[in-house]
Design a protein around this ligand. Structure first.
Ligand SMILES: [Fe+2]
Ligand SMILES: [Fe+2]
Length: 134
């Protein structure tokens, strides 16, 4: 079943909701391509797109949290870094041919993104909205 962005995941900040929807879309695209048994280069390029977009999105959040002195920035940043290194490692192993893209991997990405948005990103929402972000 494709991953779905719902209002429950809304941070009430337009840019971040927009970027979260795009992340969901990319995970679904990767999942679809995997199920259709697309060629390795197709899967690899979606994985690249997902990695690059994730890094850009995390930077936007970290910049906003930093700009408004959000107290949870360090812990939040650590979560981002752990995820990026896990995805980068996966990407590297995939490119080396050491692993295949599998459903458990897609499930990991899906679960991480949903849990991170609902537990961590929603944790900055009120603070940044009060600071004037929308
Ligand atoms: Fe985040
Ligand atoms: Fe986020």
């Amino acid at each position: 079943m494709p991953l779905k962005w719902t209002e429950q995941l809304s941070t009430k900040i337009h840019l971040f909701d927009h970027e979260h929807k795009k992340l969901v879309e990319l995970i679904n695209k990767l999942s679809d391509a995997m199920l259709k048994k697309e060629a390795n280069n197709v899967l690899g390029s979606i994985l690249n797109e997902l990695t690059d977009y994730t890094i850009i999105h995390f930077k936007h959040e970290e910049d906003a949290m930093g700009k408004h002195n959000f107290p949870g920035l360090a812990a939040h940043k650590k979560q981002h870094e752990d995820f990026v290194s896990k995805v980068a490692d996966t990407k590297k192993k995939y490119e080396e041919g050491a692993i295949m893209l599998t459903m458990p991997l897609i499930d990991f990405l899906t679960t991480w993104v949903v849990e991170h948005i609902s537990k961590s990103d929603l944790g900055y929402s009120d603070f940044l909205v009060k600071a004037g972000m929308k």
